[in-house]
Design a protein around this ligand. Sequence first.
Ligand code: SF4
Length: 350
Amino acid sequence: MRPLLVPFFISHQGCPHRCVFCNQVRVAGAAGSLPTAAQLLRRIEEYRLGAPARQLEVAFYGGSFTAMPRRDQEGLLLPLQPLLRAGVLQSVRLSTRPDAVDPETARFLKQHGVATVELGVQSLHAEVLELSGRGHGADEVERSVATLKEAGIEVGIQLMPGLPGDTPQRALDSLHRALDLAPAFLRIYPTLVIDGTELARRYRDGSYRPLSLGEAVALCKEMLAAAGQAGIPVIRFGLQPTSELDSPGVVLAGPYHPAFGQLVESELCFDRMCALLTGVPPGSVVTFGAPAGRLSDLVGQRRVNLQRLAARYGVTATVREDAALPPGVISLQWDGPSRHARLFESHPRH
Ligand code: SF4
């Protein structure tokens, strides 16, 4: 069982400047102050009491952890050391900028129980990085991934398709460069226009146009298929809905949807269902089989996939869960021989 996350949002701490799309305070609703040791320990104890059987993992999100002064990093990590030694805490994860990682920093993190670093990469295209005000290039990404891995730290990569200057092809190129770095996982957040950002100003003056929801789903479907082919999991698509994010006037534009990830998975399923229906005559009654947990992805929100199949192929389609199917495989039963398809071909790189 995965450990239970004990999250701490350290909004913009360590950030050398504001990237054009970013407003952590509006997104997460957390002020930019660091928790004290007492606050850290109190929150961990609350989680421990609430789920005594679960392993715990502390996560520091929303800032540039390794760009903070070292004494602030120590202020957050040192109080956790007795809990790590006692096994109350399993590990620590944090997010940071690619240009704020060097070998000495990576060793410091490793020595203090940090098991996973999530790098806010966003893009690996020079012009996109420039227009987004990141303040670093793609080389720093490649260097930081290598440095963290050499120190024995697991690396996750965050990407943001739809940034200024981005195109679907550039986003896919960035993805492939990221996959070449063999991260342990990806998070993919299509760019939203958040109030109080430089991007909001550009959106209002017409110099920036975000992806539509349909464009973002179509692009992320391609990204999911490519990541799956490389054997690298995408552990999250789209920002986690929060009361702050759902408040009026926070997301000004862009492909925000509270179940964005499911839209992407359903779209990929739809493609595979279409492929399975090749040569099946109109008027057929067909049943798709889904492995455990995949049924709703096949059906789609408000049964949209079944409706689209009826309109496109003239078939009456139903779905059923088939526990015998391996994960990632779907089946088709009809008058002819049964057919199977992988949601993606898997060729793990590591
Ligand atoms: S994207 Fe990351 S580095 Fe840029 S302002 Fe936001 S938290 Fe800071």
